[in-house]
Design a protein around this ligand. Structure first.
Ligand SMILES: [Zn+2]
Length: 501
């Protein structure tokens, strides 16, 4: 049996959601969890390690409710001004030719960026095309473990290509390009489910640290049989299921054509919505859809960065909250939002809510944005009450910010200065489960110089290997874009988004 490990953190100012001021508080950590919070000078066991947090603002580690490990090696690879479907046209080629080492490296890059920007846990849907493999999933899990982060990791899967998902798309392409589109293929759904069963059955990582989940990527790209199979597997192994729901107007429009109903109503009919279900984006949904997800106990991962980058739209977060929905904040992948910065994502969530109407009582407050980026996201990951909060029983996953940094000089309102002004620049230390993984601005578990060398070598090799596939994909992009925008503009489609005002 391992020895009890006690730590006492003294002289810091502690900020948790709902607290309007960062009060001077001490707290006791035992075996990686917060045991007790008290006034400065509170008693602590004589053998407790003393952590001096003088001049430090301590917040719960931010929790990223939606990202993709494969984006780490995709930085700078996605052209400017691409909407979702045009981006998806080239995404297969972008992520092609990757070895297991590349999958590990990409996840490592992504995780390092998150930790450096104050995030200690993430829900990650990573590419495992055409069929998920034990080795691929383990490579991503090892990367998170090696950085020291927590994660829920889900292989991203589909049994339809983009061209099969949108009826009429192939025929809308010039003849010379149709063959390329037709040749694109994914694995049959039964094969993916069989692989997932093996992965879930043999899971060897500590589930409090790295937990498996399922990622049927976009409902339109998955047959009903596949979605139902994922639903059953999630129930059987008690794991999460996350998908990109109604991210674009085109998806919403094509769903109406295909199902005669909204995407969400279709998922409800299939029994996919439930407590294990979370939807990333959910921009093109109405109040009925929101209520369906809320009633089933599902959750939403709001991704303001990529929603803006891809021009997908503004999610109606206030309306979601009014429906009783659990909402977290995510960054989405580095290749579609260019950063894994949860501070920026939280700030944008607050600011974008102001574009939805002039009734400023409806805007998201700094406290609400902070809550969504911490305990809200923890709920999406299935770690409610144990992550995203500084409270007895919660994991000691903490970020220590330097109050001498210019962001906090002078210090007047820590919450406002954090949510509206922090970028991650003031981070001094990050702790997960009572262990520092970053201290004095230095990562303790990763050699960043080696990481850079490995990443540059992989970039060069992969860019060469994927060059011709990318050229083929790029020749299709404008055609796919034209088709998708025509779909989105079809009369009466899609149903109007919810307006908050
Ligand atoms: Zn995504």
């Amino acid at each position: 049996m391992s020895e009890r490990r006690s730590q006492v953190v003294r002289h810091g100012r502690v900020l948790t959601a709902g607290a309007l001021s960062a009060a001077p508080l001490d707290f006791l950590i035992e075996d990686g969890r917060i045991r007790e919070i008290g006034a400065p000078g509170m008693p602590a066991p004589a053998d407790a390690e003393h952590i001096d947090a003088i001049d430090r603002l301590i917040i719960p580690g931010l929790v990223n409710s939606h990202t993709h490990a494969h984006g780490g090696l995709g930085k700078g690879a996605v052209s400017d001004r691409l909407p979702l479907e045009v981006f998806l046209t080239g995404s297969g080629a972008l992520n092609g030719s990757r070895t297991l080492d590349d999958k590990y490296l990409s996840a490592l890059l992504s995780a390092v960026e998150m930790v450096r920007k104050g995030c200690t846990a993430a829900y990650d849907l990573f590419v495992e095309y055409p069929v998920p493999s034990v080795e691929g999933v383990n490579a991503v899990a090892r990367a998170y473990r090696d950085v020291g982060m927590r994660a829920v990791i889900a292989p991203m899967m589909a049994d339809r290509t983009l061209y099969q998902a949108y009826p009429g798309l192939v025929d809308a392409l010039p003849e010379v390009q149709r063959e390329t589109a037709r040749r694109a293929a994914t694995a049959p759904w039964a094969e993916s489910l069989k692989a997932c069963r093996t992965i879930l059955h043999n899971w060897s990582f500590d589930r409090d640290a790295i937990r498996p989940a399922l990622g049927p990527t976009i409902p339109l790209h998955c047959s009903d049989d596949f979605l139902v199979g994922c639903r059953d597997l999630a129930r059987e192994f008690d794991v999460g299921l996350q998908t990109h729901l109604a991210e674009s107007a085109t998806q919403a429009a094509v769903a109406r054509q295909r199902y005669g109903t909204s995407l969400t109503a279709h998922l409800a009919k299939l029994g996919v919505l439930g407590e294990r279900f979370s939807a990333a984006h959910a921009i093109w949904i109405d109040r009925d859809d929101m209520q369906r997800i809320a009633d089933a106990g599902g959750a939403i991962a709001h991704n303001p960065l990529s929603n803006l980058r891809l021009g997908s739209g503004l999610a109606a977060v206030r309306a979601m909250l009014e429906c009783g929905l659990a909402v977290g904040i995510g960054t989405d992948a580095t290749n579609t939002s260019d950063t894994q910065n949860m501070f920026e994502a939280a700030r944008l969530a607050a600011y974008l809510s102001r574009l939805r109407g002039t009734d400023y009582a409806q805007w998201l407050s700094a406290d609400e944005a902070f809550t969504l980026a911490t305990s809200g996201s923890a709920r999406v990951l299935g770690f409610e009450g144990r992550l995203g909060t500084i409270a007895p029983g919660a994991f000691a996953d903490l970020v220590f910010l330097d109050l001498a940094h210019i962001n906090y000089v002078p210090l007047r309102d820590a919450l406002l200065q954090l949510v509206n002004g922090e970028s991650g620049a003031a981070i001094d230390a990050v702790m997960v489960g009572g262990r520092f993984i970053l201290r004095g601005g230095r990562l303790l578990k990763v050699d960043e110089a080696k990481l850079r060398r490995d990443a540059e070598a992989a970039r060069e090799r992969l860019d060469n290997a994927n060059e011709s596939a990318l050229r083929l994909a790029r020749a299709l992009e404008d055609w796919v874009g034209a088709f998708c925008f025509a779909q989105a503009r079809a009369p009466g489609l899609p149903r109007r988004r919810v307006d908050a005002d």
